[in-house]
Ligand binder design. Sequence first.
Ligand code: ZN
Length: 305
Amino acid sequence: MPSCSAIPGPVRDMVGYNGKPPKVTWPGGARIAISLVVNYEEGSELAVGDGDPMAERVLSESAVRPWPAGKRDLAMESMYEYGSRVGFWRLLDIFDEYQVKSTFYVCAVALERNRKAASQIRTRGHDVVCHGWRWEDVTLLGREQEREHIRKAVASIAKTTGERPLGWYCRYGPSVNTRELLIEEGGFLYDCDAYNDDLPYWTTVGGNKHLVIPYSLVNNDSRFASGHFGAPDSFEEHLRYTFDRLYKEGATLPKMMSIGLHMRLAGHPARAQAVAKFIEYAKSFPDVWFARRIEIARHWQEHHA
Ligand SMILES: [Zn+2]
């Protein structure tokens, strides 16, 4: 292989745990840690009214279709608004009903536009991961601009939720600078900008040990928007199959299962019912731990450092 030292960003790791993942001892001897994640993005997506050159095009009920630059898309804006106005509250109520805690990936500007929701996230026991200043593609930002947006996001979320976020997750994917910037800024325990494992792992960035808690675009309601899921029970079945496999493997090697939700997608009644039914199913088994990501991070720090 030619040397890759001239290429910026992390060195790829095709090996990981090399078929021998650590034997995790989750609290209570759980066979599986389930991380429910709600993406709070509504109000920070691309919008002409916010000075963007174009309207948001993806992750909604509408098929992706061309739209003239510089023109507001009021239908799209409205579909996003459903998430923060209705879907948010429905998902929170389901979590309360089943007494499970989740993690919110929050975009700072989105929470600034819904202070009541911001205050409810922590009041109702959920934790917060920073999902950017706005819901933006950070690969389009310069290094210093990205640093500035990280700073603004952290300051804003500390104010709206009352707590500084300790985790980070970009829209879709990080830039080659993101992880370095998080370490340079300090105060982050982990990031979720990876899809390459079933378990958390340590990586090294500029000589510093850094914790990664991988996320999932597979167990994710975004696949309703891409047409992979149609009927709500297709999503529920997918989640059950994932759970069944990991639960079986977890008898000897405990696992982690991330589930990604969006308020404007899974917050609609039929899909929310699929989420509720899955939670009920998973809770019918012993040794299942519904964990906030900060709990997973702290556990990993304590037991797998
Ligand atoms: Zn997201």
